[in-house]
Design a protein around this ligand. Structure first.
Ligand code: SF4
Length: 361
């Protein structure tokens, strides 16, 4: 019965382990993300989206769409990827991290229920991309890696239709998963670097070193990278932490990589964990912006503060205003068709509708 449901599909990345139960059925190891969960018969992994049934691993949420909307690409946020375009954005359920401040907790902390799944086939999804006038796809809302098998099918079809494909992710997929995503048409990732080693281990139960490894590897494979850090007082706003994130971005992916420092508000279990009770003060975000610039990043953006001047793009050479934004809207766009600053001729690394291309290797 499990296998008649379109939302239940055998996982691609797993292996059966040597130890057998009495009936010959096997424990499995999921290889989708860096947790590498070992899962007994009838049990699911940390994310609760993958289950061992009779010694085979199944995803329980293939194409089970919890949310769908045509969003400005700036909302992901991507500021250097086809500015002003729209991405059909979808998500499902669950997460492989345990962040107590999760801003999307209503879906990320829910588990899929295949008996009530809202199945949208990859073919239908790509049709909706066209119907809604979008230029690309974005798998987001909850951790997209948990929609791994679906992503591969969607990306391949979307590419054939001439659309771009993006992930908004914690960057904790396995290297095998990342490789397959890129091979199937992943163009860009916004990776959430949640803090320094200790904070990420304490609050998210994860090894941020694996996230940095994936960022570097994705960049090497030609994936457009933007980084986001939700700035949470008491978790990651100290100077040493922010400086180390900014310098690591520059070292691993270059000074052109956009870094979004975004405003937090308490959600999910943040207050149970004694985290900051209000929105992050704008002065702290501005200090994070300055640190990013001091560490040599050319494009640092303040997020979730509509109308702030640091949500605009300025020329790193002459300071001219190049893209003026308000929230998720592009208000004006002054980069030339050759991707240059109109004032000083500096090259601006933006994949644009005016001829910018995704520079895949
Ligand atoms: S995707 Fe990650 S968290 Fe989920 S079962 Fe697989 S290894 Fe575990």
């Amino acid at each position: 019965m499990l296998r008649e449901n379109p939302c239940i599909k055998e996982a691609l990345l797993y292996e059966q382990l040597e130890s057998e139960f009495e009936d010959g059925k096997k424990k499995v190891r999921c290889r989708t993300c860096e947790r590498f969960c070992e899962i007994n018969i009838g049990k699911s992994g940390f994310c609760k989206t993958r289950m061992n049934s009779d010694g085979k691993l199944y995803t329980l949420e293939y194409g089970d769409i919890s949310s769908i909307s045509a969003n400005p690409i700036e909302k992901k946020p991507f500021f250097h990827l086809f500015p002003g375009s729209k991405a059909l954005t979808v998500g499902s359920y669950g997460c492989n991290f345990s962040c107590p401040w999760c801003q999307n907790w209503d879906i990320s902390k829910s588990v899929p229920n295949p008996a009530r799944c809202n199945y949208v086939s990859p073919e239908k999804l790509v049709r909706i991309v066209k119907e809604k006038g979008c230029q690309g796809t974005s798998i987001s809302f909850n951790e997209p890696t948990l929609l791994f098998e679906y992503s591969l099918d969607v990306f391949e079809l979307a590419k054939k239709g001439g659309y771009y494909n993006t992930y908004v992710t914690n960057g904790y997929m396995s290297t095998e998963a990342l490789k397959l995503l890129v091979e199937h048409g992943l163009d860009a990732m916004n990776v959430d670097v949640k803090g320094c080693e200790e904070a990420v281990r304490k609050y998210c139960g994860a090894d941020v070193g694996k996230v940095w490894r994936n960022i570097k590897e994705a960049k090497r494979k030609g994936v457009h990278i933007e980084i986001t850090t939700l700035i949470i007082p008491g978790v990651n706003e100290d100077e040493e932490c922010l400086r180390s994130i900014a310098s690591r971005i520059r070292k691993d992916t270059g000074e052109n990589t956009p870094w979004h420092v975004t405003q937090y508000y308490p959600a999910y279990r943040a207050l149970d964990f004694g985290l900051y009770k209000g929105r992050t003060p704008v002065e702290i975000l501005e200090r994070a912006w300055e640190i990013g610039k001091e560490e040599g990043l050319d494009y640092v953006y303040i997020g979730n503060v509509p109308g702030h001047p640091y949500e605009n793009t300025y020329c790193p050479h002459c300071g001219a205003l190049l893209i003026k934004r308000y929230g998720f809207d592009v208000v004006s766009y002054r980069i030339t068709t050759e991707n240059k600053c109109p004032e000083c001729g500096e090259c601006i690394p933006i994949c644009s509708k005016f001829g910018g291309i995704l520079n895949k290797q």
